[in-house]
Design a protein around this ligand. Structure first.
Ligand code: IMP
Ligand code: MG
Length: 172
């Protein structure tokens, strides 16, 4: 097991996630929102976000992968898709764990946009703006972080550490 230094504790995550849920509800009110949770990383964030969301919500899942170990391969593969019926003319929000190079999100945004949602926004728990290689911005961001490799609360290193209740930095 590698050494992990805590970055955002359970309490801090809880407070921020509740704030985002409220912000989304303020924005969408009575409209029905289709939340797309990207597997596997965003699953903890999406569950907490949606448990606190007071509006009408549907939930869909997508799975794309680009990472191997701590390196982004740059090639995005879609391993689980969604049907256009669930997206067309709907207000859609993609829930991501982290935006790093931005490649995954750019790919997912284009994929969903092709299904003609009436609106499409991005909500990510973490953002690493200094690592961006393609231009993409999230509409809702939990925390901005430096160029660090983080694990926990859904985020993995080679499929490990997702179950940590906090977010920590993996020491090299
Ligand atoms: P991007 O395509 O480079 O923006 O990468 C996005 C995906 O890479 C995220 O959805 C994560 O699954 C993974 N990723 C990026 N940075 C980290 C990290 O610091 N820890 C764990 N996974 C990461
Ligand atoms: Mg991952």
């Amino acid at each position: 097991m590698k050494k992990i230094k805590k970055l955002f504790g359970k309490k801090e995550l809880d407070v921020r996630v509740k704030e985002i849920s409220k912000e989304l509800y303020k924005e969408y009110g009575k409209k029905e929102v289709v939340f797309i949770c990207t597997l596997k990383g965003a699953v903890f964030f999406a569950c907490d976000l949606l448990k606190n969301y007071k509006g009408n919500a549907r939930i869909e899942f997508l799975r794309a992968s680009s990472y191997s170990g701590t390196k982004s391969t740059g090639k995005i593969e879609l391993n689980l898709s969604i049907s256009k019926d669930n997206i067309e003319n709907k207000d859609v929000i993609i829930i991501e764990d982290i935006v790093d190079t931005g490649r995954t999100l750019k790919f997912l945004k284009e994929y969903i946009n092709d299904m003609n949602p009436s609106s499409l926004k991005i909500c990510t728990l973490l953002n690493k703006p200094s690592r961006r290689v393609v231009e993409i911005n999230a509409d809702y961001v939990g925390f901005e972080i430096d160029d660090l490799f983080v694990v926990g609360y859904g985020l993995d290193y080679d499929q490990q550490y997702r179950n940590l209740p906090y977010i920590g930095v993996m020491e090299k």
